[in-house]
Design a protein around this ligand. Structure first.
Ligand SMILES: [Ca+2]
Ligand SMILES: [Ca+2]
Length: 244
């Protein structure tokens, strides 16, 4: 409930005292400024990051199905990671997943917990280190999740695995960083995975990644442009009403 002690009410009173006087035109400026402050102060809950790893980058065999990786803010510096193999097909399974982390965060300080997804798979062995893990010949990553290759312990077609990743300052956008140069001719990449069990005999494998889209960054640019537009409108309105 908004009352006279609400910080935004206080801010509006302050803006009015500062700029409105007896001129109603200045109220427009005060209102626009207040709206901008409220919008900026309201946390934007980003849509989850959904990567479809449809691009085979090593020249090996692309899977027939699609591996998806989903990162979702879970509050309290925690991000939920889904390694979604439900759209892989046949004998395809996830061999390994490689992720990057914001260079200002220490990947070894992150707590990665297998929360036991809806499927049967053995917990992957997890490596964490700055630019420590090379995906094929292309790019060094900060986190490696090495899944089991054997039978029901594998993360196979139709299955998905769930994890939480927790660390100071961590959010889903902490994973929107590119791999470090690995000396190969491809990349850098946001994410990489080794998919195995590909082909009729199930003995082929491929290295897959996204096509490099980063939707959250463009959303932020649009949001910023909107704010600039609002300020521009308020300024023009103020000038037209005051003749300044
Ligand atoms: Ca890195
Ligand atoms: Ca399995």
């Amino acid at each position: 409930m908004i009352n006279q002690f609400h910080p935004f009410v206080k801010l509006f009173s302050w803006l009015c005292n500062l700029s409105c006087g007896k001129n109603p035109g200045r109220i427009v400026v005060a209102l626009a400024t207040l709206s901008a402050v409220v919008l900026v102060a309201t946390p934007v809950r980003a849509d989850p990051i959904v990567w479809q790893l449809t691009h085979e980058f090593s020249g090996a065999t692309p899977p027939e199905g699609i591996l998806k990786v989903i990162l979702k803010d879970n509050g309290s510096n925690t991000v939920e990671l889904t390694v979604d193999a439900t759209l892989l097909v046949g004998s395809e399974f996830v061999g390994a997943l490689y992720l990057n982390v914001d260079p200002s965060l220490d990947p070894t300080g992150l707590t990665i917990t297998d929360t036991g997804g809806p499927s049967s798979y053995a917990s992957p062995s997890i490596g964490q280190g700055v630019d420590a893990f090379k995906a094929d010949g292309d790019g060094f990553f900060d986190i490696l999740m090495d899944f089991d290759n054997n039978n029901s312990d594998a993360l196979s077609a139709g299955e998905s695995a769930l994890f939480t990743i927790q660390g100071a300052g961590l959010s889903q956008s902490s994973f929107l960083y590119l791999s470090a140069n690995g000396g190969g001719e491809h990349g850098p990449f946001l994410v990489a995975a080794h998919v195995q069990g590909i082909g009729d005999d199930g003995d082929d494998s491929g290295w897959v990644t996204t096509n490099g889209e980063v939707p959250e960054a463009s959303t932020m640019v649009l949001f910023g442009s909107g704010m600039l537009g609002l300020f521009g409108f308020a300024k023009r309105r103020f000038r037209s009403l005051t003749g300044r």
